[in-house]
Design a protein around this ligand. Structure first.
Ligand code: COA
Length: 378
């Protein structure tokens, strides 16, 4: 096989059809089921977007009410899982604890082998309803606090803040979070979604596929970048230092977290919407710290685009936005999962609706076939 026939990193390879979302790098745009993501972020709550991703259409008012009632009735974790979570090592990364907790949810599900579409859909809603509580419970337990039960009077995003902090912040801050949920929800065949589809294709089950996707998303070249961006901003320290920091990082050929994208080459479709939401939040918080991070972000962005022509991706504004909302940095990628569970499970359902085992070929580069030398002659 000629080396040119090998698509390292599957760059440019189309592996299947999908009707869930479309990434259009030529126009820097992204649609979920045909709707532009920035229009969805501006006009819909995340619950409507979740419904759309699974059902293919935006809900009517009564469909949305029924959907929200289904989500709320699926909230709540067993005492067993909370007990297991109490035993998690406090130093473990929240993505690792989330992966383990979801694996435990699979142990509690007696119909795990049922791959019928309606059963998969029920499980998808159950994961969507339970993951926020797992993330919030883990956050509280690792900080020596008792978990807070979900509140059925609260919407999806409000309830997440309630379970983390025992209170819901100003509506503008909830809106910023809700927008981030919409923007993170789905992005075609990215590494974690593709991992989920590969695992689903062997008929291993939805929990295996989701835990595998979490493992993939955790890496700093994928979802873990939103955490890495915040550590980078802390390292930069001040707005005055931002330009010099970036020039030095580029001169020493460092990978700058939150910049670049495998598919988009001249801008990530989701960034303008998230940057605007981040800026609105900075204005509402109105503190020196918030203004400092905003200024730093602006200078790093300007310098990177000016020097290298490499644009920020969604993780660049999302990281500091989550920080200013009061979340701990290692929670940022689990928060990504709170949203992306919608896209992953839509893809798992799509994969299993017309399944073909995903099994590519490889180009062997090891020794030619040879004979085994008996032990006494080696
Ligand atoms: N910082 C510095 N240089 C970068 C860069 C970054 N964040 N992203 C890309 N580049 C440079 C590469 O060094 C390479 O330069 P070269 O041709 O001189 O070697 C060129 O741009 C092409 O990058 P490459 O890594 O081949 O692109 P890719 O498609 O394989 O990588 C990412 C895409 C996302 C993995 C990469 O941009 C990256 O690591 N970004 C940082 C992590 C991140 O933010 N991930 C979240 C993605 S949504």
């Amino acid at each position: 096989m000629a080396e040119t026939d090998i698509k390292y990193g599957l760059v440019g390879v189309v592996t299947d059809d999908t009707a869930v979302s479309k990434v259009m790098p030529e126009t820097n745009s992204l649609t979920y089921r045909g709707y532009a993501v920035q229009d969805l972020a501006a006009q819909c709550r995340f619950e409507e977007v979740a419904y759309l991703i699974w059902n293919g259409e935006l809900p009517t008012r009564s469909q949305l009410e029924a959907f929200n009632a289904q989500e709320k009735s699926n909230r709540g974790l067993s005492e067993d899982i909370i007990d297991v979570m109490r035993k998690f090592p406090k130093g473990a990364h929240p993505m690792a604890t989330l992966r383990t907790a979801i694996s435990f949810l699979g142990l509690e599900d007696s119909e795990i082998e049922d791959h019928a579409t309606d059963k998969l859909y029920e499980r998808a809603i159950s994961l969507y309803a339970k993951i926020p509580q797992i993330v919030a419970t883990d956050f509280r337990l690792r900080n020596g606090k008792e978990p807070i039960a979900p509140d059925a009077s609260l919407g999806f995003s409000e309830n997440f803040f309630h379970m983390c902090f025992g209170e819901v912040p100003a509506p503008e801050i909830v809106k910023c979070f809700d927008i981030s949920m919409t923007l993170y929800a789905e992005h075609s065949f990215n590494a974690s979604t593709f991992s989920a589809r590969v695992i689903a294709s062997s008929l291993s089950g939805i929990y295996s596929a989701v835990t595998g996707a979490i493992g993939s998303l955790k890496g700093p070249l994928h979802g873990g970048a939103n955490e890495a961006v915040m550590y980078m901003l802390q390292d930069v320290g001040t707005a005055e230092n931002a330009k010099a920091w970036m020039l030095d990082a580029l001169a020493t050929k460092k990978k700058i977290m939150g910049f670049g994208h495998r598919v988009y080459r001249s801008g990530d479709s989701r960034v303008p919407t998230m940057t605007e939401a981040y800026k609105n939040m900075v204005d509402i918080i109105d503190s020196d710290e918030a203004r400092k991070y905003w200024e730093m972000s602006r200078i790093l962005d300007e310098t990177m685009v000016g020097e290298k022509g490499i644009y920020p991706n969604l993780d660049f504004p999302a990281g500091p936005a989550y920080y200013l909302m009061g979340f701990e940095i290692p929670m940022f990628t689990p928060i990504f999962v709170v949203s992306r569970i919608t896209g992953w499970t839509a893809h798992i359902i799509e994969q299993l609706g017309d399944n073909k085992l995903i099994r590519p070929l490889s180009n062997y580069t090891g020794p030619a076939q040879r004979d085994v030398t008996p032990m006494d002659k080696r």
